[in-house]
Write a protein that binds this ligand. Sequence first.
Ligand SMILES: [Zn+2]
Length: 436
Amino acid sequence: MKHYALTILLLVVVFAGGGFFLLRDNQAPSLTLTPSVGPISAKRPPVLTLEDEGAGLKNVLVTVTQGDQTIELLRSDYQRGTASRLLDLSLKDVKLKNGPLTLEVTATDQAILANTVSESFSFDYDSRPPVVSVLTRAHNLNQCGAGLVLYKVSEEVERSGVQIGEYFFPGYLQEKGFYACLFAFPYDMQQAAFLPRLIAVDRAGNERKASFYYHTNPRPPKRDRINLSQQFLDSKMPKFQDRYPEAENMLDIFLCVNRELRQQNRTKLKEFSRQTAASPSWQGAFLRLPNAANRAGFNEQRAYIYGGNKVDQQTHLGIDLASLANSPVPAANSGSVVFADYLGIYGNCVVVDHGLGLQTLYAHLSTISASVGDQVDKGQIIGRTGATGMAGGDHLHYGVVIAGVPVNPVEWWDPNWIKHNFSNKWKAALAPPAAY
Ligand SMILES: [Zn+2]
């Protein structure tokens, strides 16, 4: 008799309510909290994900406990058919002290024999931004040049470095406990816009912005005119023709290459800069291609002239060095090869990483004699000069890049500049703390 009644009840539930799951579901809702451990703050509240594939969610309760105080953070009831919810657990309206806290989450489903899940999570509430102490005193930058700042932070950080407008130069933690950040006075930035700030963001999302002393020297860009001969276009552009099938003539191809491909290649350089060692792998001044004449300087504003008209304008972001054709090209300093291949306007090209986001670029090579992953020594031959890519004649286009931002290579050739702006700072940071 009892068995019969149960069967009827089951049929009624299944057919009348369509609620098969209400009976069959014996699984509690699943819950995940992100993050689920470690530091948190009101700036970066944890996100709760609730799911119940069976009968659906019925309600959730979240409490926060600190010491002997428990506060209700969230209480919600859900309509039938709610399979999942994504919830920001805002901590903005609760008074919390810095220190340990526990979040308790309890969720129940709609099943007739309700299934409940309850989990607690231990966090460290942290509303204090990290304290940043700058170790280096002087930061003298030439426009388009580089600078080094060394600093310490009071706690573990998720991200730190120098922010200048839209540019961010990451700092790298060194074995001795300080951070090192190479940054640039970006070539396309006006002096008034150059306002570097040290940024440190801890794991709870608290951000400190610290200023540091700096001095800048203006280096106004030079102007240059490049005459595009028909002969140059006819000899160089067919190589790029496949890329731009829409282009109607050699000049059109040139303009596409000079604008779009140049930009794409620069984006690639930015990507390479992420493959960098956390500490410097080099020493002393960088080598210049021996017995070579400077053909074009850094940050030259190039007007491209064709048939007497200006057809384009670009900035030259390296130094062109001309020697004998097929001259051996030495690695300017020790490091590891992060790129050795054909790269658009640069032709055959090698990029060497020197650590801290600092990389050197060797372009238009006729041959490459290095492979990705190679450790190279200062002076080691990595290829020979040539005229591959967008080069009018045999020369080396040599570039220095910091975090993907091209800087003036000249200062890196100068042992005095290296000493004052890099080596001495590094030595002082390694000295006993009494030095500061
Ligand atoms: Zn060049």
